[in-house]
Design a protein around this ligand. Sequence first.
Ligand code: GLU
Length: 288
Amino acid sequence: MINAPSYIGRFAPSPTGPLHFGSLVCAVGSYLDAVAHGGHWLVRMEDLDPPREMPGAAERILHALDTHGLHSHTPVAWQSRRQQLYADALDQLAEADLIYPCQCTRDQIRKAGGHRRSDCQQNTEGNSALRFCCEGAIESFEDIWQGSQRQDIREDPILKRRDGLFAYQLAVVVDDIAQGVTHVVRGADLLDCTGVQMQLFRALGATPPQFGHLPLVMNEGGQKLSKQNHATPLDDQHPSENLVQALGFLGFHCPQSLHTESPHGILSWASARWQRHQVDLRNRLLSK
Ligand code: GLU
């Protein structure tokens, strides 16, 4: 029997737009941490929310990853094709009485203290969302880069939306369990979701992976680069330059000779030298 690797990492973009420098930094950071620990690195396309998706973005993202030498160890998983897994997980949670239908707006649930209101279940008219019961839940964990965290879960998260779509929080955890992910390395913008996700791992009978949240690449206006604020797409014509710049952000001092290396050569150089402690934790601009 072949032993499963002791480290499985992943990069899980949502196809709401093309990759930008912020996403490249996360992809490279998660890839290097996996490879440097002798692990596997998976790509999962989180195409779960068609109204927010941009036509062609998923293919552009996969092409950009390929051009930059970032190859998934296993075939890319597409969330749109894994709906049965999410439905099964909801059944498991329903059996354990851990979800409830709810029609509250965000405002209403907040005003009610963030958790199940006594009249939530009585109101069965119209479509309901399904929320995960987290009342009283507090998660403490050690983040690889952000250190000791203590998250008090103030609002029961939605796992299935009123429009019938499975929510990110559910699908991300179900897939991390199904794919045997042991380490989640991603951007610090997702740090606040981690406590909820750890609760969900446990509710589904799994041990949460280790989490590491990388610093964010900011724009001149002080916001994180994101598809929503129209960050410039990565230029696939210059993958080596892009990679060297992403490595600089992650704390590497790259020799001049690296600029003319192939993406594969650059990633091999970096994975042999990857040190978690060299990552500068400040969210900041990308310097040229
Ligand atoms: N799909 C999410 C995003 O693009 C990331 C999910 C994750 O890494 O947990 O923001």
